[in-house]
Design a protein around this ligand. Structure first.
Ligand code: C2E
Ligand code: CA
Ligand code: CA
Length: 625
């Protein structure tokens, strides 16, 4: 070993090559590189005493062998001109070793790597070690056949004969690069269809948006969802399902231009980026083409499969500033296309998004409110017009949102109806109202509103009777208010439920009478116990002679059919006086009492009637007229 080191010290070229070889083979690292020269120099003086030409030659040969034995390429150059190279270097480049000598380093690099190389040489010139800071540099060498070979290089300055030379160790990283590319492909593509996945889609979308910004053009995002994929997958099995998805992907790829991107975002969800749009109809034409392409049947393993697709379209910049916003907008438009029955496309409209977002939040909050007992019932007096006695109360739902404050039932009931929460909500209202009413004087009734949606439960009557039994409230003390909308859908089932309820002794009121379009015909179809004249008629009575005639006619009708008539929304003494004059049975409204929390009801029950309130008109005045 000592002799080896001596010889190395005498011959800087060999020293350099051997060190680079050691570095490359053993991976001993930079420490070796820094330690060995000192040891070598120490022994060099001793070696100078023994100058043996023959031994030197054998040693030279041995070190060339050592340099050549390494798999790494080694190049020694001065001012960018190659003065020596090992066989590995020649093999990497596909050139004969001797042809490398005297060449410029720039000749053996691809033009794209010249800047890198120049920077490396400049750094070496300043006495820096360029690859120590940021790790090895990667450049592309130029193979004799013209192809690019990715390599990692370490560059060093080494003592050499009459001065310094620079050594470059080169490691072929083609395999590593190929593996990296495979991994990158897997990370950016869907394994089943080989289409770009969501990550790559996001990147491409960001690029497309940046380009569109510069060129002032529009980018369209089309989100696509297959219409009947799930039943096919469930029925025919996942192998057929997978094949179907592959064929869908192929048809989609065939339908786009080279500049556009199609990606698979989820199970049966795909998305497109359409760029360089010059005509506003572009996305619609494209969506139509996609819908038609996927409407054609698929033949898979003897199965004739017909699916379809729905498409939602959003445009940048108008529908979203970021990729995520744009995707969300296209998704919103997609759900619209789905609810419209599928097999078509929809453009995003901004109100759509706001409404949907708002609704989603409200729905989530309403579910929580129901679970956390944040809902409350208020009670509004129902008053006998003539005697001014309080007959009972209508239960009205109240929701005090923790951040938004009170929200009107007129706003959240339709939402609860849409998302189905009305079933639980309705049951909660009924149970709470019955528990409350059971504590009232025995002659007071409670009126509870029912939503038409609740009638979709064919056991609604049984549920209501069970709640009465559970809370101990007599059926005669319960009034159920329904609107005529209830009789539009599945009339027979609804009528059967209403009959069961009525047979049990519960009274049924027709609420908001006059606002629908066939109120009168409903009165013939079911023997209602009460008509509640909608408040809009009461308010219009002052200015509008028609409204007055309508209210008068309803009161007359009720009298002849023996149906109680209640006027809603009575706000002024004049309105009440008129109703008394017309012999209306009952009234309800802010004049007689606003909806109040249960704590205020005790005071109400302690009053025999409201005649003590002198501002209220008394029925006797009619006789005086
Ligand atoms: P509705 O059944 O017609 O209830 C009467 C509505 O008129 C109540 O509004 C009440 O506060 C209001 N009101 C009563 N008197 C007056 C008055 O003199 N002037 C004015 N300006 N308004 C008066 P609210 O409580 O906001 O309820 C609105 C609607 O929400 C109700 O109309 C009903 O359709 C629905 N709703 C309320 N609670 C429930 C419930 O528990 N279940 C169901 N399904 N619907 C409910
Ligand atoms: Ca009502
Ligand atoms: Ca009403």
């Amino acid at each position: 070993m000592l002799r080896v080191l001596e010889t190395i010290a005498e011959h800087p070229v060999l020293l350099t090559m051997a060190l680079m070889a050691l570095l490359a083979i053993g991976g001993l690292g930079y420490a070796v590189l820094h330690l060995l020269p000192r040891a070598a120099r120490a022994t060099a003086e001793a070696a100078a005493l023994r100058d043996s030409e023959a031994r030197l030659r054998t040693s030279e040969a041995r070190f060339r062998q050592l340099a050549d034995a390494t798999f790494e390429g080694l190049v020694i150059h001065r001012d960018g001109i190659v003065i020596d190279a090992n066989t590995a270097m020649a093999a990497i480049l596909g050139w004969p070793q001797e042809l490398l000598l005297g060449r410029s380093l720039f000749d053996i690099c691809t033009p794209a790597s010249h800047d890198h190389l120049r920077a490396t040489l400049a750094a070496l010139g300043r006495g820096e070690t360029p690859d120590l800071g940021e790790g090895p540099l990667e450049i592309n060498l130029r193979h004799a056949d013209g192809s690019a070979i990715p390599v990692e290089i370490h560059a060093r300055t080494m003592p050499f004969e009459n001065g310094d030379a620079r050594v470059i160790a080169v490691r072929d990283i083609r395999e590593r690069k190929a593996a990296e590319e495979r991994i990158a492909h897997m990370a950016h593509h869907d394994a089943l269809t080989a289409l770009p996945n969501r990550n790559l889609f996001r990147d491409r979308l960001a690029q497309a948006m940046a380009r569109a910004k510069r060129s002032g053009t529009t980018v369209a995002v089309l989100c696509l969802n297959l219409d009947r994929f799930k039943p096919v997958n469930d029925l025919l099995g996942p192998e057929i399902g997978d094949e179907l998805l592959r064929q869908v992907a192929a048809r989609l790829t065939d339908s786009i231009r080279a500049d556009d991107t199609v990606a698979r975002l989820g199970a049966d969800e795909f998305a497109f980026i359409q760029v360089g749009l010059s005509h506003p109809d572009g996305p619609a034409v494209m969506a139509d083409r996609l819908v038609k392409a996927l409407a054609q049947p698929f033949e898979i393993c003897g199965h004739h499969i017909v699916i379809g697709t729905s498409v939602g379209i959003a445009l940048h910049p108008s529908d979203g500033a970021s990729g995520d916003e744009l995707l969300r907008a296209a998704d919103t438009a997609l759900s619209r296309a789905k609810t419209a029955g599928g097999g078509g496309f929809r453009f995003f409209e901004s109100e759509m998004d706001l409404r949907q977002q708002e609704r989603r939040h409200l729905e989530r909050d309403l579910r929580q409110a129901l679970a956390a007992d944040q809902l409350e019932l208020h009670y509004q007096p129902l008053v006998d017009c003539e005697k001014l006695t309080v007959l009972g109360c209508e239960a009205l739902l109240r929701w005090r949102h923790p951040e938004r404050g009170p929200i009107s039932p007129a706003d959240f009931i339709p939402l609860a109806e849409e998302c189905g929460l009305i079933m639980q909500l309705g049951a909660w209202v009924l149970r709470t109202a019955c528990i409350e009413a059971a504590t009232w004087p025995a002659d007071k009734i409670v009126a509870v509103n029912l939503s038409p949606i609740q009638f979709r439960q064919s056991d609604l009557a049984q549920q209501i009777l069970a709640i009465l039994a559970e809370t101990g409230l007599a059926p005669q003390r319960l009034e159920l208010e329904i609107t005529e909308g209830v009789l539009i859908e599945d009339t027979e089932r609804t009528l059967a439920i209403l009959r069961d309820l009525k047979a049990a002794g519960i009274r049924i009121s027709l609420d908001d009478f006059g606002t629908g379009f066939s109120s009168l015909s409903y009165l013939q179809r079911f023997p209602f116990d009460k008509i509640k004249v909608d408040r809009s008629f009461i308010w219009a009575m002052g200015e509008n002679a028609d409204s007055m005639s309508i209210v008068r006619a309803v009161i007359a009708l009720g009298r002849s059919l023996r149906i109680t008539v209640t006027a809603e929304g009575v706000e002024t003494a004049a309105q009440l006086a008129w109703l008394q004059n017309e012999d209306c049975d009952q009234a309800q409204g802010y004049l007689l009492g606003k909806p109040m929390p249960r704590a205020d009801l005790a005071a109400l029950w302690s009053m025999p009637d409201l005649r003590t309130r002198t501002e209220l008109p008394q029925k006797q005045r009619k006789a005086a007229e």
